[in-house]
Design a protein around this ligand. Structure first.
Ligand SMILES: Cc1cc2nc3c(=O)[nH]c(=O)nc-3n(C[C@H](O)[C@H](O)[C@H](O)COP(=O)(O)O)c2cc1C
Length: 369
């Protein structure tokens, strides 16, 4: 019996299968960084996934690092997302929103009054670009700006931004939220011991200090909307955006696993960055994480049906996240269930633009006989 197509309860959500659409930025938000009818169509097409996790959605202006990504901090954005959640629910799907603060992966032109982006410490990410307007006003990749270090009151204010965004998400009809603590963005900029050399209770050599911010966010969101509606994404050993190895790296991630265990979250979602061009999570680590974390586990990165099924059969994960295959295959769950061939992704249309490469990938049922 294939496990991929059996139901699973993740927190408060009853999922019809174990196929998860991984969060993917598509940079097609319209005026005011809102999701719109086209966004709703895109996610509705993919509603046969057990769970959809949306693209990262910035929790504040400060949390934005790319033009055209949809936010979740004002009324118009909540209304935009309402169309999306309604469409997905009408089609029988479940949908979480990914709550995003990019930290230092931003450009001053995206920030209020052209201020510096923020991070754990005032260290710029080398060889890293975000997406903003260049000096000619044209949108494009630009090197990230040098950040400034957050003060403790500012950290507390960002925790409140997360809480407000989570409440907004529930108002918008989402089944839950995923805290984006992966891939080199703000929360990982605090977790990573190579970068976060702060001298206070939010940083330095003690992993308890470096984990404080992410746990503050997790607890505050759980208190506001329920732990059973709260998931979190992590990228252990992540190297995206100039993240480096650090002493006690494995211990830090396993300590976090242990701490998250006690919190009855909907799930933890591990992002393996190998197919994004970075190193894989070291062999055996996800099993150690699984042993340390008592709760539902999603793993994403480089899965096809066979590998997904093997992970589930061996008990390595409860749910499997699919990224790029979901861009090109709106009916991925059916295609996997029936062993139908997959459409290939067009890399040219990943970010920005219109329906081309977004809502026009064919369903299997559209294929000529
Ligand atoms: C176009 C694109 C956009 C992405 N945007 C996000 C994002 O907003 N948040 C996130 O956590 N991961 C993001 N990712 C990473 C994916 O969620 C996933 O982990 C990655 O693509 C590996 O899975 P795959 O090998 O199945 O594609 C993105 C990946 C792609 C290809």
């Amino acid at each position: 019996m294939e496990r991929l197509f059996t139901p699973f309860k993740a927190g408060d959500a009853e999922l019809v299968n174990r196929v998860v659409m991984a969060p993917m930025t598509r940079s097609r938000a319209t005026v005011g960084d809102t999701a719109d009818a086209l966004t709703a169509k895109y996610y509705q097409q993919r509603a046969s996934a057990g769970l959809i996790i949306t693209e990262g959605s910035q929790i504040s202006v400060q949390g934005q690092g790319y033009l055209f990504t949809p936010g979740i901090y004002n009324d118009a954005q909540v209304q935009g997302w309402q169309q999306v959640t309604q469409s997905v629910h009408e089609a029988g799907g479940k949908i979480y929103i990914q709550l995003w603060h990019v930290g230092r992966i931003s450009h001053h032109s995206l920030q209020h009054n052209g201020q510096s982006p923020v991070s754990s410490v005032a260290v710029k990410a080398n060889n890293s670009t975000c997406y903003a307007r260049n000096e000619n006003g044209q949108p494009g990749p630009v090197p990230v700006s040098e950040p400034r270090a957050l003060s403790v009151p500012e950290i507390n204010a960002i925790v409140q931004d997360y809480v407000q965004a989570a409440k907004n998400a529930i108002d918008a009809g989402f089944d839950g939220v995923e805290i984006h603590a992966a891939n080199g963005y703000l929360l990982e900029q605090f977790i990573n011991g190579g970068l976060n050399t702060r001298q206070d209770e939010y940083g330095g050599p003690d992993p308890e200090h470096r984990l404080r911010f992410v746990l503050d966010v997790t607890d505050a969101i759980s208190a506001a909307i329920g732990a059973g509606n709260t998931g979190i994404r992590l990228a252990p050993f992540g190297r995206l955006f100039d993240m480096h190895p650090f002493e006690g790296e494995e211990e830090t991630w396993l300590l976090l696993a242990e701490k998250l265990s006690k919190r009855s979250l909907s799930y933890v979602h591990l992002s393996d960055q190998q197919t994004l061009g970075e190193q894989a999570i070291p062999a055996g680590f996800t099993d150690k994480f699984r042993a340390a974390f008592d709760g539902p586990l999603i793993i994403a990165g480089g899965f096809d049906k066979q590998r997904a099924e093997a992970y589930l059969q061996q008990g390595k994960a409860d749910l499997i996240g699919f990224g790029r295959p979901y861009i090109a295959n709106p009916d991925l769950a059916e295609r996997l269930a029936n062993d139908w061939p997959l459409n290939n992704v067009n890399r040219e249309t990943l970010y920005g633009g219109d329906e081309q490469g977004y809502t026009d990938y064919p369903f299997w049922s559209d294929s000529p006989e």
